[in-house]
Design a binder for this molecule. Structure first.
Ligand SMILES: Cc1cc2nc3c(=O)[nH]c(=O)nc-3n(C[C@H](O)[C@H](O)[C@H](O)COP(=O)(O)O)c2cc1C
Length: 170
């Protein structure tokens, strides 16, 4: 039995279109250590459990962040604020101005692990790496949160249908 090309491609296209209609927050995941300093824009971030505080991020294996975070053994997650859409584009490799993946586009702090945390972010999580699982093209990194902080006045950046926005209560 042969499978027509459209049978192979349509589910993938439907998946991408459907995911595009799911609004998400936007984070920058970063690491710094013996394996180097790298960061990547990531919308695939979610809480795992509060006991112990932990989260997960899904990072494409092609990103140098995936291997570096595993070797450094830690990473940090910065939840972008509405004023930081340009930072999302820099770490997605498509800046409107300046160089892609350039840490000079923003100011950074560190907490426990030494991973870079974005100043002015809506929330930040510093994490030690727990499990790491490869699934298809992506590596799922589980992080045990060693420190977290929130900027209560910051509005979160939201991504929907390939555009940026922010949350407005109904
Ligand atoms: C809003 C947004 C969310 C993204 N979320 C993720 C993500 O969760 N995981 C990931 O590996 N890449 C994510 N990316 C993609 C990467 O940041 C980057 O754009 C991509 O790796 C570059 O793709 P290319 O090598 O095909 O040009 C996201 C990009 C944007 C703009």
């Amino acid at each position: 039995m042969s499978i027509a090309p459209d049978q192979l491609t349509t589910p993938r296209q439907d998946f991408i279109a459907a995911m595009g209609n799911a609004a998400t927050g936007v984070t920058v995941v970063a690491t710094e250590g013996p394996a180097g300093r790298f960061a990547q824009t990531v919308s695939a971030m979610c809480s795992v459990t509060a006991d112990p505080p932990s989260l997960l991020v899904c990072v494409n294996e092609r990103s140098p962040l995936a291997g570096a975070a595993a070797r450094n053994g830690h990473f940090a997650v910065s939840v972008l604020s509405a004023e930081q859409a340009h930072v999302s584009d820099v770490f997605a490799g498509r800046p409107a101005a300046g160089a892609p993946y350039d840490f000079g586009c923003a100011d950074w702090d560190t907490l426990d692990t030494g991973s870079p945390l974005l100043r002015g972010a809506a929330a930040v999580f510093d994490c030690r790496l727990g499990d790491a699982v490869v699934s298809g093209t992506h590596r799922v990194l589980f992080g045990t949160v060693t420190a977290a902080a929130v900027s209560p006045d910051a509005r979160p950046l939201v991504h929907h249908a390939r555009t940026y926005g922010t949350h407005r209560p109904l």
